[in-house]
Design a protein around this ligand. Structure first.
Ligand code: CP
Ligand code: NVA
Length: 299
């Protein structure tokens, strides 16, 4: 069982709990852990679209013998004026856990204040910790033991990147982050990484980040809700695309949380190339979240 009730960012669990969740996920994936959660319901609240998060949680709950409910904003009274606090109170009384994908991170914290059931972050504008679990599982499987891994983040200092920074700090992965000057990670996230034991090296030069990297990770430049910033962001991210020229001379394996915008943050050749781990990463969302759910719900 985990100490925390809620999983709002990756550092809600300790480094040893992180190791336990990943080991549990690996055992479930290998068929060596047949834990089941009969009659367990996960309420899934979505303000933003999703393929992987929605389908991996729903499939995972089915495979564990439980059930997941998809609740889009228009499907429930939340989209028609009912306060979030009331929604949280009611969902927490029906479900065994709530997973929510929201814009405002503060709204997710508000759900935790009113739900009697555990709350899982399915992505907010600030964090994507379930993605980090899958990322770390993928690195351990395909890149190596965390203490020997040198990782690079190249791109936006966004939700996926921020949780990855914290996850690397907890796992002991040596990370360099390259972002354009106006799109860096939050100072608070970097300070937290330092407190967790390992702040990333920060640069605005992608080639510096790639120097010696075993794995390089990028994400979209225009996240959900940022469509109005498209023009200025495309200009600012020039030179940050993961393409064959940037990767020439490195043998870094390539990560992307997906969905990918081929021709923007990554080329189709790199995404589909031999060094790409993206499909393993996507699959690992399923296994990692099953590990999280069984540990969180004390099964
Ligand atoms: N990586 C990820 O969270 O994908 P979805 O937006 O499809 O859920
Ligand atoms: N940074 C992206 C991640 C999508 C999974 C977004 O927030 O849109």
């Amino acid at each position: 069982m985990l100490e925390t009730t809620h999983f709002i960012d990756i550092d809600d669990i300790s480094a040893s709990e992180l190791d336990r969740v990943l080991s549990r996920a690996a055992a479930i994936k290998a068929g060596d852990d047949e834990t089941r959660l009969p009659r367990t319901t996960l309420a899934m609240l979505f303000e933003k679209p999703s393929t992987r998060t929605r389908v991996s949680f729903e499939t995972g709950m089915t495979q564990l013998g439980g059930h997941a409910l998809f609740l889009g904003p228009e499907d429930i009274q939340l989209g028609h004026g009912e306060p979030l606090s009331d929604t949280a109170r009611v969902l927490g009384r029906y479900g065994d856990a709530i997973m929510a994908r929201l814009f405002d991170h503060g709204d997710l914290l508000e759900i935790t204040e009113h739900s009697t059931a555990p709350v899982i972050n399915g992505l907010t504008d600030d964090a994507h910790p379930c993605q980090t679990l899958a990322d770390l599982l993928t690195i351990r499987e395909h890149v190596g033991a965390f203490e020997n891994v040198q990782a690079a983040w190249v791109g936006d200092g966004n939700n996926v990147g921020q949780s990855f920074v914290l996850g690397c700090a907890m796992a002991g992965i040596d990370l360099t982050v390259a972002t354009p000057p106006d799109y860096d990670m939050d100072d608070e996230v970097l300070a937290k990484a330092e407190r967790l034991g390992r702040a990333p090296t920060v640069t605005t030069d992608p080639e510096t980040a790639l120097d010696g990297a075993d794995v390089v990770y990028t994400d979209v430049w225009i996240s959900m809700g940022q469509e109005g910033q498209r023009h200025e962001k495309l200009q600012s991210f020039e030179g940050f695309q993961l393409n064959e020229s940037l990767l020439a001379g490195t043998d870094a394996q390539v990560m992307h949380c997906l969905p990918a915008h081929r021709g923007e943050e990554i080329t189709g050749d790199v995404l589909e190339g031999e060094q790409s781990l993206v499909w393993e990463q996507a699959e690992n969302r399923l296994h990692a979240q099953k590990g999280l759910i069984v540990e969180l719900l004390d099964a």
